[in-house]
Design a protein around this ligand. Structure first.
Ligand code: ADP
Length: 475
């Protein structure tokens, strides 16, 4: 397969002398190379975006929407090819990759529509000779930095609202999954996105990020990734007081009460824990099960987890792909070793899979879990499910909330009072009640506490790309 592998700056496909290898995590093979850009290319991209903003922001919402809808149609037409690129560079099973392309594309259609509904307001004035009008205008040039776990959706979630609102964008995708990003941008160009409106740079993340941080023309930074990098970027954004959207780490609790439909809860936790091999920020990280049903739950959960087929995502039947790299495998192994040393029991899995060439880890369930184990407070980003028990629902909520993170949380119960109490008390931006897959383009995605700032998707999502201007007119 030929991978698109060039920087895209001001409508030109360019490269650099130095390159970075991109690896297939299922085989450890080098599948291609990408340019290693730095401050110079980052600045050129910002120049292009700043110049393009002058005209893109003046287009009508309908014109921008029509271009976005053409992009949406091209992505739909090339879904299989995009999914194949994604599986090869990221590892997730092909069906899941196709699902992500579809899900990511939903954001483009959604914001193509929302862009046409950026309404202002008139407000009754405080004097008869005044008129108060409120207008919403694009914030300006946007910098977007995205991770490897959703190589398409994390990009469309940012680029679509930015473009719909009239902003232009400089984008740095993850160097681990750049080919999906380049392909998406090829299709954007084909759809008629004018030069300079989207610019893509890969290379030295810190140098590129710092250049954009210092650039006062860039009025907004949108980032999805680790909490540590998010905090660094937040500090850096202070110097030019950029608007910020941060979608950072999570540590999702999954609460199963004695009033749950056990089969639904087991299907839910399997989906939430093992999708993308446990590498999503809304993945279940800790399971809390009420004592009275714990044995029955674990038995069903273990039976299902043991049946999961781990392998290369391009092979038929694969349900769980590899982790992204060796470091990710080592982290899961270290969490399992730590938990075992503190008394946990491995019920399913527990080992890295050494018979395969890639970065594979067995889907793992541990019990006898206590809250002092690292996996109960440190983000896992891998297929490890620690199952702890609780006595009362109040206790479960308190333990679930005892985290600096606040992205997603889940509760399974058929009792309406319990569902209401738990969903209202959880300090999380996304709560799935009997639902383990809550993400959707029309719903607001984002976290409380150290999980981030702002919301992506939904009608809230476009607000993050708009400034509010109050015009006071004297008559
Ligand atoms: P992950 O664990 O998901 O890789 P990171 O926060 O390391 O999380 O990466 C998310 C994105 O942030 C990637 O595109 C990565 O290259 C980028 N990144 C990492 N360090 C920096 C930095 N110092 N400045 C700007 N971007 C960075």
């Amino acid at each position: 397969m030929m991978y698109p592998n060039k920087l895209y700056i001001n409508g030109e496909w360019t490269t650099t002398e130095e390159k970075i290898d991109v690896i297939n995590p299922a085989t450890k093979e080098v599948i291609g190379q990408i340019p290693k850009a730095g401050a110079k290319e980052a600045a050129l991209a910002a120049d292009a975006a700043a110049a393009a903003f002058k005209t893109w922001s003046k287009r009508t919402a309908q014109e921008r929407s029509a271009i976005l809808m053409r992009w949406h149609q091209l992505i739909e037409n090339h879904k299989d090819g995009l999914a194949e690129i994604m599986t090869t560079e990221q590892g997730k099973p092909f069906a899941e990759a196709k699902g992500e392309v579809q899900y990511g594309n939903d954001y483009i259609a959604w914001f193509a529509e929302e862009g046409k509904r950026v309404y202002g307001e008139t407000i009754p004035a405080h004097h008869t000779h005044k008129r108060i009008t409120v207008k919403k205008q694009p914030v300006g040039v946007v910098a977007a930095i995205t991770p490897w776990n959703f190589p398409a959706a994390m990009i469309t979630r940012k680029v679509a609202p930015a473009l719909a609102a009239g902003c232009t964008i400089v984008l740095k995708p993850s160097e681990e999954t750049p080919f999906t990003a380049f392909r998406l941008v090829e299709l954007a160009e084909e759809a008629g996105v004018p030069k300079g409106v989207i610019n893509v740079v890969t290379g030295d993340a810190a140098a590129i990020g710092d250049t954009w941080q210092k650039d006062g023309r860039i009025r907004k930074l949108t980032f999805t990734g680790s909490t540590a990098v998010g905090k660094h970027l937040m500090r850096g954004a202070a110097d030019t007081v950029k608007k910020l959207s941060l979608e950072l780490g999570g540590h999702a609790p999954f609460i199963v009460t004695e009033n749950a439909d056990l089969d639904a809860a087991v299907n839910g936790v399997i989906a939430s824990k093992f999708v993308n091999a446990g590498q999503t920020c809304i993945c279940t990280n800790r399971v809390y099960v009420q004592e009275s049903i714990a044995d029955a739950f674990v038995e069903k959960f273990a039976a299902k987890a043991a049946e999961l087929t781990v392998g290369n995502g391009l092979e038929e039947g694969t349900q769980v792909g590899p982790l992204i790299n060796d470091k990710a495998v080592e982290k899961v192994k270290a969490q399992i070793a730590d938990a075992k040393s503190k008394g946990a029991k491995v019920v399913v899995g527990g080992q890295a899979i050494t018979t395969k060439n890639g970065f594979f880890m067995e889907p793992t369930i541990i019990t006898n879990v206590t809250d002092d184990m690292n996996c109960m407070f440190e983000e896992t980003f891998g297929p490890l499910a620690p199952v702890a028990t609780f006595k009362t629902v109040e206790e479960a909520v308190e333990r679930a909330n005892n985290s600096p993170y606040g992205l997603a949380a889940y509760v399974f119960t058929e009792n309406i009072k319990e569902a209401t109490f738990v969903s209202e008390e959880l300090e999380y931006g996304i709560v799935g009640v009997n639902d383990a897959s809550p993400s959707a383009a029309q719903a607001p995605f984002g976290g409380f506490k150290e999980s981030g700032l702002g919301r992506e998707g939904s009608h809230y999502g476009i607000e993050d790309y708009l400034e509010v201007k109050y015009i006071s007119m004297g008559l």
